[in-house]
Design a protein around this ligand. Structure first.
Ligand SMILES: Cc1ncc(COP(=O)(O)O)c(C=O)c1O
Length: 282
């Protein structure tokens, strides 16, 4: 249980933190968010996450975001006050409380800024070594998946469907194109080459995705940010997914069919190892 949360400039006991019932986050899902990972008490790629938060806020015309420095200080303090070591920091900003009306409220309505830290262990090594199962689902989301919006109903439904099927993740397929996971980015390895969907409006440009692509380039693995369909994935040698929480996670079956020879492959392992090395150097 998180002891203290950050709410609009103050640190408040979890049980006492209150948001007005007509907050636009609650009524319209009118807000944006980030999840920042902490390892050994140190943030990982926090500047990149805060820059993406600002891009998401600008994309939905949400004004009044606190400065990046204020957000960074509040994030560090939230983690610190909760005594977290390996943790995730959830940060949400909404367009604030106002009588329900779709159009934006007057500019004097302040945004609601909320942060909560939770101790979360590194991914289970046995699970990483074994790999996970995924299912595919139609991508019924809107055409601005590049915005990290708190409106996540299609993702919620997809991930629930995966959980009910005993799978770790749901992979979205839009018009025959594999886009990304319900809360992760999707990669496949064919031959010597690493493929992932381009960072356009049909995926969230994951911070882990970017990091893994830069590791791949350093390891001289050829990278292609191109679209591909399930028929290509069916002939892939390796598949993995990435996110702030799962890091680099091998996928060994999709819709019940084995990926490659059904075990985590060498390219995935090299990238996982390189990712793990960079964390230990934090
Ligand atoms: C839809 C979606 N794609 C990709 C990601 C991965 O992004 P990141 O690596 O920044 O955590 C997430 C993370 O939650 C997500 O929700």
């Amino acid at each position: 249980m998180s002891k203290v949360v950050y709410l609009n400039g103050s640190f408040v006991d979890y049980a006492e933190a209150v948001v007005p019932v007509e907050d636009r986050g609650f009524v319209f899902a009118d807000g944006v968010y980030e999840v920042i990972r902490f390892y050994g008490g140190k943030p990982f790629a926090a500047e990149e996450h805060l820059a993406r938060l600002r891009r998401s806020a600008e994309a939905i015309k949400l004004d009044g975001l606190p400065s990046t420095q204020e957000l960074m200080e509040a994030a560090l303090e939230t983690v610190d006050r909760n005594g977290c070591v390996n943790a995730t920091l959830y940060l949400q900003v909404t367009r604030g409380p106002a009588p329900r009306k779709h159009e934006f409220p007057a500019s004097e309505v302040p945004v609601t800024v909320f942060m909560i830290a939770r101790e979360v262990p590194r991914p289970d090594a046995e699970r990483v070594n074994r790999g996970v199962a995924c299912i595919t689902v139609p991508d019924i989301r809107w055409h601005r998946c590049d915005i990290k919006s708190i409106a996540l109903l299609p993702n919620v439904l997809a991930k629930q469907q995966a959980a009910e099927a005993g799978a770790a993740e749901a992979i979205f397929v839009r018009d025959g194109i594999v886009t990304e996971g319900g809360s992760s980015n999707f990669f496949m390895v064919r031959g010597e080459c690493l493929f992932t969907h381009p960072a356009d409006e049909h995926i969230l440009a994951g911070i882990t995705r970017d990091y893994v692509l830069s590791l791949a380039r350093k390891l001289q693995i050829e990278v292609r940010e191109e679209t591909f369909g399930m028929s290509e994935v069916e002939n892939a040698d390796e598949v993995f997914i990435t996110s702030t929480g799962i890091e680099v996670l091998p996928v060994t079956t999709i819709d019940g069919k084995p990926v490659g020879n059904g075990v985590p492959g060498p390219v995935t392992k090299r990238l996982w190892q390189a990712f793990d090395d960079s964390i230990s150097k934090l």
